[in-house]
Design a binder for this molecule. Sequence first.
Ligand code: ZN
Length: 181
Amino acid sequence: MTAVDTIREWLDKGYNLPEEENSFFVMWVLINAYYNEAYGEKDEWKRVLHFGRDFGKVFGELDKIDVEVLVNPECVGGGMLTEPPNRYVKKASEVLRRKLGIADNCEKCRTSKKRRCRDIQPENYDFQNFEALMRILYQIRCNLFHGEKLDRDVNQQRRNHELVIRGDTILRRVLEEVARK
Ligand SMILES: [Zn+2]
């Protein structure tokens, strides 16, 4: 899905999208405004990671369940159906699973996804906890824009919705922290 497709879709049914999805969009727009102003890295994902490092202390204040949902039962994929996570997301998921004491083996993934996930070599990158979380949230944001919601499987729709709800909660929390600056 291109940006134009996303814009068309939003104009078509924006206020009829699930409330949390719209809220997640707004939260991300606000955070995006902050990291674009505060950081100079050329790649957006690098600005996102920088943001995650700067607000790392938020991690300790989050509800464990909100974090857990993002990495359990399966990695957030690359956007379409059973597309596996990219190498950074896989590494970020590993880091957070270890932190939460979840066995890191993608055992609970859908079979079709697990097979592909297994072949992904986690990026050799030393994530801090909140930085890892922001990397996964950035992936959810990308997926929202690029079509994960086209998933026709009801269980997956439910999971996507859950990811957005938890993500929205976490983003709200970090925005409060930004506002304190
Ligand atoms: Zn996985």
